[in-house]
Design a protein around this ligand. Structure first.
Ligand code: GLA
Length: 408
């Protein structure tokens, strides 16, 4: 009996195998290609520069509404990024909770997504964030999973307390070992984000230390801060710009130098300074993360932030960051190569005498150009011809930004 039973089982199994073999195989879906993020520098708005620790759920919703209402979304700004101070404490299972300012992060993410926008969040590899809130140390995978479950599209990961609490404690006076610890920490979160399967832009914030541009791309970093913090003051903005000279070879699609978020419309920056700041960030292929008070944005600030020609320089698909081609006294000349053989030239009067208009003569040969060049002045919209003889007149901290479609 037993033999018979096992024989019939075997026959049955054989029969079903034959049926299986005869059933035409369902066409196999090709594996989905991994989604590439930040092919061009990310654009959006971040809460820190205007709200700092005061930001709430309501402000984030209002910013999302304004990005749409002002036309900024149509101009390309699509990330709404919550910076530090959303965090509360962890529970017994290690799960991090949001504080009273952010009652329901999933609902907030759904709201931002319902506007056709993406949402970003902030943490750091240390026990605490820069603002003293809970960081991700020891909870990297758990946090990454939570972000993915909320629908987060972007993470800014800020070093801060990892320096005293981990680097200096575990490797006192050993800079090389400290650097290895830092790189391992960024690698850990990079892997945790990747393991979620959700495309999440990974933004490293460690202030440009230890030549981050050399190692961040290999860890999945899409952008990395290349400076300390920006403030809404010309001197700080210009110092940051100067620090970017020479970093151009590290930028390209999906991996960008980040000279920090925009201060356009903040503090006491003049119209010229706002314009020059925005022009330079576009030349630098920098992330364009506005940081101003969107519901109270002045028309002239909106005009700067939504200048499509300038945004097109930033978002050029070649992804080639500008070089500082030369400096002549207080004037800097930056050039950027664009798709289709076009070129952008930015001339900046960094001099601080606000009462003197600076007459300046270009030296086109130093830009690799031959003879007069005709292009579009991206702030006036007019056609201009650049020559060696016609002086360029710029007031203090102003910029001339020209796109030449067919440089000769
Ligand atoms: C650091 C970063 C800033 C901001 C604050 C938040 O200073 O560089 O951009 O995120 O922390 O605490």
């Amino acid at each position: 009996m037993r033999t018979f039973a096992s024989l019939s089982v075997a026959l049955l199994a054989l029969a079903s195998l034959t049926v299986l073999a005869q059933t035409p195989a369902a066409p196999k879906a090709p594996p989905a290609p991994p989604q590439v993020v930040a092919q061009t520098p990310p654009m959006g708005w971040n809460s820190w520069n205007f709200f700092a620790e005061r930001v709430t759920d309501k402000d984030i919703r209002a910013a999302a509404d304004q990005l749409v209402a002002t036309g900024m979304k149509d101009a390309g700004y699509n990330y709404i990024n919550i910076d530090d101070t959303w965090e509360a404490e962890r529970d017994a299972s290690g799960e991090l909770h949001t504080n009273a300012k952010f009652p329901d992060m999933k609902a907030l993410a759904d709201y931002v997504h319902s506007k056709g926008l993406k949402i970003g969040i902030y943490s750091g590899p240390g026990p605490k964030t820069c603002g003293g809130y809970a960081g991700s140390l020891g909870h990297e995978e758990q946090d990454a999973k939570m972000y993915a479950a909320w629908g987060i599209d972007y993470l800014k990961y800020d070093l801060c307390s990892f320096i005293p609490e981990v680097m200096e404690k575990q490797a006192p006076n050993d800079k090389a070992a400290q650097m290895r610890l830092m790189i391992a920490a960024y690698d850990k979160m990079g892997k945790a984000l990747k393991a979620t399967g959700r495309p999440i832009v990974y933004s490293l914030c460690q202030y440009g230390w230890d030549a981050v541009w050399e190692w961040a791309p290999a860890l999945g970093g899409n952008l990395w801060r290349s400076t300390g913090d920006i403030t809404p003051e010309w001197d700080r903005i210009y110092a940051i710009v100067s620090q970017q000279a020479g970093l151009e070879k590290y930028a390209g699609p999906s991996h960008w130098n980040d000279p920090d978020m925009l201060e356009v419309g903040n503090g006491k920056l003049t119209l010229e300074e706002n314009r020059a700041h925005f022009s330079l960030w576009a030349m630098l292929a920098a992330p364009l993360l506005a940081g101003n008070d969107l519901p109270n944005m002045k028309p002239e600030i909106k005009a700067i932030l939504t200048n499509r020609d300038v945004i097109a320089i930033d978002q050029d698909k070649l992804g080639k960051q500008a070089s500082r081609t030369y400096t002549d006294g207080e004037v800097d000349v930056w050039t950027r190569h664009l798709a289709g053989g076009a070129m952008a030239i930015a001339v900046i009067n960094a001099g601080s005498d606000r009462y003197v208009t600076h007459p300046f003569h270009l030296n086109l040969a130093r830009l690799g150009l031959h003879g007069p060049q005709t292009g579009k002045d991206l702030w006036t919209g007019k056609t201009v011809t650049l020559t060696d003889n016609e002086p360029i007149e710029l007031v203090s901290h102003d910029v001339l930004l020209v796109r030449i479609a067919t440089p000769k």
